[in-house]
Design a protein around this ligand. Sequence first.
Ligand SMILES: [Zn+2]
Length: 225
Amino acid sequence: MTTAALLAAPALWATYTWGSHALTLGCYWRGARADRKIALTFDDGPDPEATPRVLDILAAHRVTASFFLVGERATRHPGLARRIAEAGHDLGNHSWSHRSLWLAGPLRTVDEVRRGHAAIAQATGAEPRFFRPPWGLTNLALFPVLRRLGTPCVFGTVQTEGQRAASAALQVERARRWARPGAILDLHDADGVQGAGARLVEALPAMMESLRSEGYALAPLRDVL
Ligand SMILES: [Zn+2]
């Protein structure tokens, strides 16, 4: 079925897209509540400006985190993608091109997931362990291919900056206020919203220090889920 055919059938399209969100109950929205652990997750990279700085900050604070890479960008910056893997961070697939899955028919969806997965594996030498859909939008074709690849769908519990820019100070404050045991922080080390990478670089040291001072351990997804 083509995207055009789906768009021509609103009821079918609504089921395919909106309806699929019932299945996101099977995805991870947070980790185990028993442990005072928080997972820092970074979407949309690798970015040649922000990602190296984020990696330096994480290394200086001895924090292992998780990166959801866009396959096309990992292919463009394989050295950076490899650096993320070599630092021991978890790798996640954030699709091949960051296309909305609400605008992708079943074949395109499978292609976005598989090409993203393969590109990240090729660039880093390691298979991604998780998948996060661009903009959190899913469709019915997504879940079978994730099962076949063995990459569970992971959303975030807390987003310190969404579709609207939030200053570094506000992001630090939001992370502190919204932190819970097992929370998954959804951060962006590349620009979707303009300047997102630079604001994150500014916010990250204070954000990590504040969470640690509240007694949280910062851990990769593999240790939090
Ligand atoms: Zn994204």
